[in-house]
Design a protein around this ligand. Structure first.
Ligand code: GSH
Length: 312
């Protein structure tokens, strides 16, 4: 991570833990909003930095596609392989060849450009302002809300009308997203990055209790989390489900059940995967080789051949 703008030590998945050895995710630091005076919506001014391995980053890629913002917000995809200096640009098949804004080699260079004294992790996603050469926001749950509406004036009417955070469902969406964060989205990391048996088992229990609840929720035949309409909650949930059997079940030891063992959740995951805007953000090679490149958890770097994928 960065300490006062300097890269401090080899990358480590766990740089903060609680008293029981549980993984603590840092709060995102850059929390500006498109539409603020300093950051007006403009075509081509903002770039998304993302990684296909990363569930948080893929939330933002999905919203960009769903809203049809491809011509307005360019994207740079980083390599999936974690290096001792964090995320690196260029070279991996399916990743962008280079960083077109700063010609940076590593993601942390953008953080120190934005704040020369930055202390913290150099995470993706990042919404970058190419004009001011700074980070607008690095919190996926906020970036997707911005993509949902902050660029609407630049979009044709039929795209403005696409609303994945509709007024009538806002409370339900926020409540659902907050509910699945500790147990599902971050639950898998709490299991995988736990440093004690107790912390791992706590996360493990939380994950499967919540997956059981979710299986029940979908047993009424609903198409999406809140009914017939795809919303931000579906994006929050899908990015974890699609990585579960391929990466978390093995590497993070979340192995009581696979998503495939939950009929309704599996059908839902396939339904989401069949959305063109969503499938475009799923790269199983990046997911697998990326997670299994975390040296602390997989020192040999061997990437498992299985499981056989039910999606392709
Ligand atoms: N709260 C952030 C979390 C982002 C995050 O942790 N991204 C991971 C990739 S999956 C990352 O970049 N990790 C690099 C690191 O921890 O050094 C968000 O939702 O945007």
């Amino acid at each position: 991570m960065l300490v006062n703008g300097e890269w401090s030590a080899d990358w480590d998945p766990v740089q903060a833990k609680d008293s029981k050895g549980g993984f603590k995710r840092q709060d995102s630091e850059f929390r500006n909003w498109i539409g603020d005076e300093q950051f007006p919506a403009e075509k081509g001014r903002y770039r998304l930095y993302a990684a296909y391995i990363c569930p948080w980053a893929c939330r933002t890629l999905a919203l960009r596609n769903l809203k049809g913002l491809q011509d307005i917000i360019p994207v740079t995809i980083i390599n999936p392989i974690m290096t001792d200096f964090g995320w690196q640009f260029g070279g991996y098949p399916g990743a962008s060849a280079e960083d077109p804004e700063m010609n940076a080699q590593y993601m942390h260079e953008l953080y120190t450009k934005a704040n020369g004294n930055y202390t913290g992790r150099a995470t993706v996603p990042v919404l970058w302002d190419a004009k001011a050469k700074t980070i607008v926001n690095n919190e996926s749950s906020e970036i997707i809300k911005m993509l949902n509406s902050a660029f609407d004036d630049l979009l044709p009417e039929n795209h403005q009308a696409l609303d994945f955070y509709p007024e009538a469902l806002k409370d339900d969406i926020d409540r659902f997203n907050a509910d699945i964060y500790p147990s599902v989205n971050n639950g898998v990391y709490r299991a995988g990055f736990a440093t004690t048996q107790e912390a791992y088992e706590e996360a493990f229990a939380d994950i499967f209790a919540k997956l059981d609840d979710l299986e029940d929720r979908f047993s009424d035949g609903r198409k999406f989390v809140h009914g017939e309409r795809l919303t931000l909650s579906d994006i929050h949930l899908f990015v974890t489900l699609i990585r579960f059997d391929v990466a978390y079940y093995g590497l993070f030891k979340t192995n009581l059940r696979r998503i495939e063992d939950y009929p309704h959740l599996q059908a839902y995951t396939k339904r989401m995967y069949s959305e063109p805007s969503v499938v475009d953000t799923v790269n199983f090679d990046h997911i697998k080789s990326g997670y299994y490149s975390i040296k602390k958890l997989n020192p040999t770097g061997i990437v498992p051949k299985g499981p056989s994928l039910q999606f392709e």
